[in-house]
Write a protein that binds this ligand. Sequence first.
Ligand code: XMP
Length: 513
Amino acid sequence: TILVLDFGSQYSHLIIRRLREFNVYAEMLPCTQVISELSWKPAGVILSGGPYSVYQDGSPHVDHDIFKLGVPILGICYGMQELAWINGKGVGRGDKREYGPATLNVEDQSCALFKDVDHSQVWMSHGDKLQSLPVGFKTVATSDNSPFAAIADESKQIYGIQFHPEVTHTIKGKNLLKNFAVNICKVSQNWTMENFIETEIKRIRKLVGETAEVIGAVSGGVDSTVAAKLMTEAIGDRFHAIYVDNGVMRKNETVTVKKTLDEGLGINLTVVDAGDIFLSKLKGITDPEKKRKIIGNTFIDVFEDVASKIKTKDGSDIEFLLQGTLYPDVIESISFKGPSQTIKTHHNVGGLSENMKLKLIEPLRELFKDEVRHLGEILNIPEDLVWRHPFPGPGIAIRVLGEVTPEQVKIAREADYIFIEEIKKAGLYRQISQAFAALLPVKSVGVMGDQRTYEQVIALRAIETTDFMTADWFVFEAKFLKKVASRIVNEVDGVARVTYDITSKPPATVEWE
Ligand code: XMP
C-alpha cells in the first residue's frame, strides 16, 4: 500500500485513482497524520500538492518521521517544496506563476522515476518554486520555466516533481507514478475490483458481527443499489433496504425498484408509499429551496418512522446505517483545511444518524463513479440500472416549476418518460450524462385540429459533463427533437409546446430550479 498524504490540492484524489488504474492500492490521509499512529507500514509515501506556501506561518507540514520509515518518498508540487523546505529551505515565490502545459526535459536518463517519461508535456500549477537544490539532491529534469522541475536524492530514494503527474494533461504521468509505485516502491499490482469485493465483504462482516442488523435507504439509483447489494452479499437478510416513494419519482419507478432489487437481486426491501405525505406538505410551495428542505425533512421523518418499526431477528435495535457515499463526497472531508488544521468529518445524512444513534457503514467511500458502475456489473446488477443517469433527491418537484401538484407531476413525468425512451431507442443514453423534461408554469397558445389550445410548455434538457460542475448541452439531430416534440404534444395532455434548453453550465445550472 502506498500512503498519500494530502495537502489539499484539488488533484489529490486523482493520485489514488491513477495508481488504481494499474492495480496499485493507495490510501489517502491528511498531511498532518502522525506517523507513529499509523497501524500499517506503507511501501512508499506520496506528498500531494496543496494551495499553501511552505514558508508561511501556519502552513501545513508533514511529520518528519516519514523519513524514518525508510521507504521511497515522492513529493508533488507543494509536496516537493515541503521536501526542499525540510532539507535546506530553498523555496520562494516564483517571479511568474506557472499554470498550464510545459515541456519536460529529462537531464538524467538513469533516474528510475523517469523511465519512458522523457520530453513530454507535463501540467504545471504553482506560484512558488525551488530557488536552490536542497541538501543531498540533484536535478533530474527541467522545463523552460522550472530549472528544478524534478529533483532526487537517489541514495535515499526521495524524489520531488514540480508538475502534476496525476492529471491527464501530463501525458506520461501514469508511467511516472507506475515507475514510482511498482519499480521503486516495489508494491504488488493486485488491486482488482474482485478482491475489493472480497475484502469489503470481510470488513463488513467483521464490523457488523454475528447478530447486529443494518438499514439503508435505496433510491433506485446505481450507488445505493450497489451498496445494498454488497451489504446483502455480506450479511443477507440482516440488511434492510428502505425505498421511500415520495410521490415525485419517475414513471413506474416503484414497480421497477421492487422488481429489480427485491425479486432480481434478492435484497431485503421495504417499500413505503409516502407520496400523499410529501405532496400535501408541498402544497402551495413554489420556492425551490423550500421544496428541497421539505422533501429532505419529510424523508428523514418517514425513514425514521419505518426504521423504528423494522423487526430484527433478536429483537434488539438496528445498529448500523448504510450509506452509498462515493469518494468525491469524501474528499472534502479529509483534506487539510487551512491554518486552523480542522478536519471536517463527512455527514450527508442530514441529521439522520445523530437522531437515531446509528453507526455509519460506507462501503463505496473509496470508489469513483465509474468504479461503482464496474462493481455493479460484477455484482450482476442489470445494465440499465448500472448506467442510469443521476436523479436529484427532490425528484420531479424541482422539475415542476412553481407549485407541485399531482396533476403537474403527472405531466412532467409522462413527458420525461417519452424523452428518455426516445433517447434510449436512438442509442444515445450513455453518451448523455443526464436528461430530463421540466414543466414550465406558463401557458402558451397552440392549435390542435380546428381547436385553439392554451396549455403548458415542456422544456427538454440533456447535458454532457464529467463532473456536473460544468456541463454543455447535448447536440441532437433535428430529426430526433422533432420526433420527441411531436410525441410529447400528442401523448401528454396539458402540453401544447416543447422547447429544448441550449444553455451551458455555467451560467445556467443543470436543473431548472
Ligand atoms: P445543478 O442543477 O446544481 O445540478 O447544476 C448538478 C447535479 O446535481 C443534481 N441536483 C441535485 N441532487 N439533490 C440532489 O440529490 C438536489 O437538491 C439537487 N439539485 C441538483 C442535478 O440533478 C445534477 O445531476
